[in-house]
Structure formats: structure tokens, C-alpha cells
Design a protein around this ligand. Structure first.
Ligand code: SF4
Length: 268
């Protein structure tokens, strides 16, 4: 059963628009599959380490932390200086070391163990609430833990997704993290949270860049408010016929994949 945090319906035209956007993304980038073999506490610490750095440095910092300390309890008991030395490669080591230590202390204090596997079974709202109540854990980090480690239907919004969604007109260009998560979590169908998350990040990194977005090669140009406002959407009408027929075939394939999808997930 798909859990929902709110039951407010998505208006049909918006639901259809989001469905088409997801089809286009899946036609362009495929349907990434979530392989769930992660420990929720590992994922939480990894996500804290990912703040303000790239994936490579996050992975290196995480690997060094795990190599330096045999258990999370050893990290909890270590000084912030020792933790910072282990994760220095990931940047902001002092802040992150304090955050990690506080999070581990708090989890131990409240649950009596350093194990978050109960979050995969708890009601979704409670699981989100627990994570959000930890110092330094925002809506994105909480959603990453529940999606990546537990496969729960939540939609993490990172900087790329926020930019793309803002330009598409799915969320206001300027809004709080909380609102971006609420609004997109409400719009993205539950079964597509993972694929939509991965594909929107890919689009944001490769095509919808912060500066000089490459609208002329973007698979979402016909749905994009920004492209429409800047006159870039006229480019989509000049595409060669062969490309259009290729896109049509891709769309048909994606529609098949999406035909088994659930109605919209809502959470707020
Ligand atoms: S059309 Fe341009 S602005 Fe719109 S999503 Fe694509 S790259 Fe971004």
C-alpha cells in the first residue's frame, strides 16, 4: 500500500503535465532502479557528509570515516577533532563533525541504540518527524534516508531539482526547502520518486545548468515556463522530423512503463 501524508488531490491538468514530464525524462534517461541494500544510519551520515560537496568527496569522506572508526558507537565517543580529521576531504569538516556527533548522541539517547532500521517500518509521517527532529537534519536529508535506505515514497529535492522544477513552473522559483518538498512530494507519483529524483538531477547537471541552460537540447522544452518566457520554446518546433519520430517511439515506451503507476502520492 502506498502511504500518503495528505489526501489533497492534484488537479488533473497538472497531474497530466507531470506524467508527461516523467515520460520524457524516462525516455531520455531510462528508468533507474533503486537497489536497496543500505543501512539507514549509514545513509543518514553519508547524506550529512554530502552537504556542500560533490559525490566523489562525500564518498571519500564516508570511506575514511568508516575506515578510521570500527562502529558508529566509536564515532559517537570520539572527539569532534578526531571525526573532523577523518572527514576533512569532504569539506566543512568542523561543522559536519559536530553535527555527526550530536546526531549519534541524540539517536543513542532517544532509542538506546545506534540503529535506525525501525524507520523503514514506522508510519511515514513519524519516520520523517523523527529524522527532522535531529539537529541539522532538514527535509532533503530526511527524505534521502527514507527513499534510499528504506524505499519509502518520499521525494528529496536537491539544488538541481529545485532549479529545474522552478524553471518548469512546478514550484515557485524562490521558496523554502520545506515548501519545495511539500509541493513536489505532492506532485510526483509514489512509484516514480526514485527515477524522478535521479533523472531530474541528471537533467539539472547536464542540461538545465544554473547558467546558460541548454534548452535547445532539453527533452522538457515544451513543458518549460522558463523556455516559454525566454522564447527558447520555439526551438522545439524547429526540430528535424527524424528526431521527433524517435521521441515519439521513446514516449510510447515510457508510457508503457508508466501505465502501471499508482495515482499521485501526496505528502506534506
Ligand atoms: S527547457 Fe531549458 S530551462 Fe527548461 S528545463 Fe530544459 S534546460 Fe531547463
Amino acid at each position: 500500500m502506498i502511504e500518503r501524508l495528505t489526501n489533497a488531490p492534484v488537479p488533473p491538468p497538472m497531474r497530466e503535465r507531470v506524467r508527461e514530464i516523467l515520460e520524457q525524462l524516462e525516455a531520455a534517461y531510462g528508468v533507474p532502479q533503486l537497489h536497496r541494500n543500505r543501512n539507514p544510519l549509514d545513509t543518514l551520515i553519508e547524506t550529512v557528509l554530502s552537504q556542500s560537496t560533490n559525490d566523489r568527496n562525500r564518498d571519500r569522506a564516508f570511506a575514511r570515516l568508516k575506515a578510521r572508526f570500527p562502529t558508529w558507537d566509536a564515532v559517537r565517543r570520539a572527539s569532534t577533532r578526531e571525526i573532523a580529521a577523518a572527514i576533512r576531504v569532504g569539506g566543512l569538516a568542523r561543522i559536519k563533525s559536530m553535527r555527526i556527533k550530536r546526531i549519534l548522541q541524540e539517536i543513542e539517547r532517544r532509542t538506546g541504540a545506534l540503529d535506525l532500521s525501525f524507520l523503514c517500518r514506522a508510519p511515514l509521517e513519524e519516520a520523517l518527524g523523527f529524522l527532522r527532529s535531529l539537529d541539522g537534519v532538514g527535509p532533503k536529508t530526511a527524505a534521502c534516508v527514507l527513499l534510499f535506505a528504506c524505499g519509502r515514497p518520499v521525494f528529496p529535492v536537491d539544488t538541481h531539482i529545485r532549479r529545474v522544477a522552478g524553471r518548469l513552473g512546478l514550484i515557485p522559483q524562490r521558496c523554502s526547502d520545506k515548501r519545495a518538498h511539500q509541493q513536489l512530494g505532492h506532485l510526483i507519483p509514489a512509484r516514480h520518486c526514485y527515477a524522478a529524483h535521479i533523472n531530474l538531477i541528471r537533467l539539472g547537471r547536464d542540461v538545465c545548468r544554473p547558467r546558460n541552460p541548454r534548452c535547445e537540447v532539453c527533452c522538457l522544452i515544451q513543458y518549460c515556463a522558463y523556455a516559454h518566457e525566454t522564447g527558447m520554446s520555439s526551438l522545439s518546433e524547429r526540430r528535424p522530423r527524424e528526431r521527433r519520430s524517435r521521441e515519439k517511439a521513446h514516449r510510447a515506451r515510457a508510457r508503457l512503463l508508466l501505465s502501471s503507476s499508482s495515482p499521485e502520492k501526496t505528502y506534506g
